[in-house]
Every structure is written in structure tokens, then in C-alpha cells.
Design a protein. Structure first.
Ligand code: F6R
Length: 242
């Protein structure tokens, strides 16, 4: 794992956006794996800036998102579909047919998961952006998810539901399930960039980098990835031993 230490989320976002820019410049037809949540907002802000300054063309890029709540309508402002359009896709020239977000409205979730996994097999992800949950989850792979898991339905844990409560007006609106790339799906990405910022990520970061490799901390599987960069701010890096 390559560790890049930065001061705060703003700087982390710029670093990650620069890595993504380099990837897209090297291969304009590359396949991006994208994340939602608070962490990647600054990354998307910088990617939009690069695009607006005529310096980054997304016209041949394909994207796959890590996850989506289930069930949820695309137009629900809490859906990850909505988030991605507002925070990134509406501001760049990615083609709608090149955007892949798992369908949170489907009846047959197993079919959606299998189709999504197959699409990724056919379009291998060149670079995957990740955040990390305070319990060590990546995408919605909660603690105890087998490392071999592909795209699947998950029941969200109490810890994740509470972490996500800040995005919802009423607690009962928070979805209890999600569809997510599995850990095996994520590990197939050729390159991974994980951003961790803020004090509440410090324990998870310590375990991911220096703890045992165990499904108790799903992010610890990244220790086995051959090209994984962790961008970490001062607060999230607090418990890392030098
Ligand atoms: C989002 C995702 C999640 C988040 C994680 C951190 O697509 O897959 O694993 O990356 O929950 O969320 P934030 O960034 O809101 O702290």
C-alpha cells in the first residue's frame, strides 16, 4: 500500500483528482470506479474544474458506481444515482450510456447484481475510488463479509445506518438494505485509490493498514492489492504507527 498524507479533505480531493486525471489522460477510454458519501465530494469538485478548464475529456470514459441503496427510486434525492448526477455527471461530458449504477428500483435484485458483475467483467475497472466506513467497510461490505463476495444485496449494520442518519430528515427514511460491489469485485480493479479523512476514520485506517487481514475489517483486504494508494488526512492518520 502506498500512503499519501495530506492535511485535510480538500487536499485529499485534489490529490485523488490529479491521479484520476492522469489515468484519463493516459487512456481516454478508461473505466472508472466511483464512490458516493461525503469523502469524494472534493475529488468530484476538482474533476469538474479540470473539465471546465478544457483540460479533461470524459467523452470516452465509462463509469461504474460501487453501490446503491435498495429499494430506492432514482429520483429520490438520497439515492446514489441522484448524488452522482448532482455532484459529477451533470457537470462533465460523460455519455449517459457509459454510466453504470446498479438499479435500486429493480424487483429482481439478484439478476441486477449478476448483470452488474458481468458488465464489470466485460469492462474491467482501471481505477477505483473508495471511501471507508468508521467500521472498516468499503462500498457496503460490512464487517464479516467474505473476501470472496461478488456484487450482492446487504443488510446495513446499525453502525452504518447511524453514520448515514445525517443525510436523512427522519430516521425511518434510512434504507436498511443496499446493493453493492463485493470485495472480490473491488479487488479486480487494476488500481485503487482510497481516501480517508476525519477523526472518526482513525481506528478503521489503523486496522486497514497495520491490523490483521480479516473480514472483521473489510478494508484490510486491500493489503493484498498490488496497486493501492491510501490518501489520508492528519486526523484519520492519527493512530498509524510510524
Ligand atoms: C459509498 C460507499 C461507502 C462510503 C463510506 C464512507 O459509495 O461505498 O463505503 O465510502 O461509507 O462514507 P463517507 O464518505 O460519507 O464518510
Amino acid at each position: 500500500m502506498k500512503i499519501i498524507k495530506v492535511q485535510n479533505n480538500e487536499e485529499a480531493g485534489l490529490k485523488a483528482a490529479e491521479i484520476f486525471k492522469k489515468e484519463i489522460k493516459n487512456n481516454p477510454k478508461c473505466v472508472l470506479g466511483l464512490a458516493t458519501g461525503s469523502t469524494p465530494k472534493t475529488t468530484y469538485k476538482h474533476l469538474i474544474k479540470f473539465h471546465k478548464h478544457n483540460d479533461l475529456d470524459f467523452s470516452d470514459v465509462k463509469t461504474f458506481n460501487l453501490d446503491e441503496y435498495y429499494p430506492i427510486k432514482k429520483e429520490n434525492i438520497q439515492s446514489y444515482h441522484y448524488f452522482m448526477h448532482i455532484k459529477l455527471f451533470d457537470h462533465i461530458n460523460v455519455k449517459p450510456e457509459n454510466v453504470n449504477i446498479i438499479d435500486g428500483e429493480c424487483d429482481d435484485y439478484q439478476k441486477s447484481c449478476d448483470d452488474f458483475e458481468k458488465m464489470i467483467e466485460e469492462n474491467p475497472i482501471d481505477i477505483q475510488l473508495l471511501g471507508i466506513g468508521s467500521n472498516g467497510h468499503i462500498a457496503f461490505n460490512e464487517p464479516n463479509t467474505p473476501f470472496t463476495q461478488k456484487t450482492h444485496l446487504v443488510q446495513l449494520t446499525e453502525s452504518t445506518i447511524n453514520d448515514n442518519a445525517r443525510f436523512f430528515d427522519h430516521h425511518e427514511e434510512i434504507p436498511l438494505h443496499a446493493l453493492t460491489m463485493g470485495l472480490a469485485t473491488i479487488m479486480k480493479a487494476k488500481k485503487i485509490v482510497l481516501i480517508a479523512t476525519g477523526k472518526n476514520k482513525a481506528n478503521a485506517v489503523k486496522h486497514m493498514i497495520q491490523g490483521d487481514k480479516t473480514p472483521l475489517c473489510p478494508a484490510s483486504i486491500l493489503q493484498d492489492h498490488s496497486d493501492c494508494t491510501i490518501i489520508v488526512d492528519e486526523e484519520a492518520a492519527e493512530l498509524i504507527e510510524e
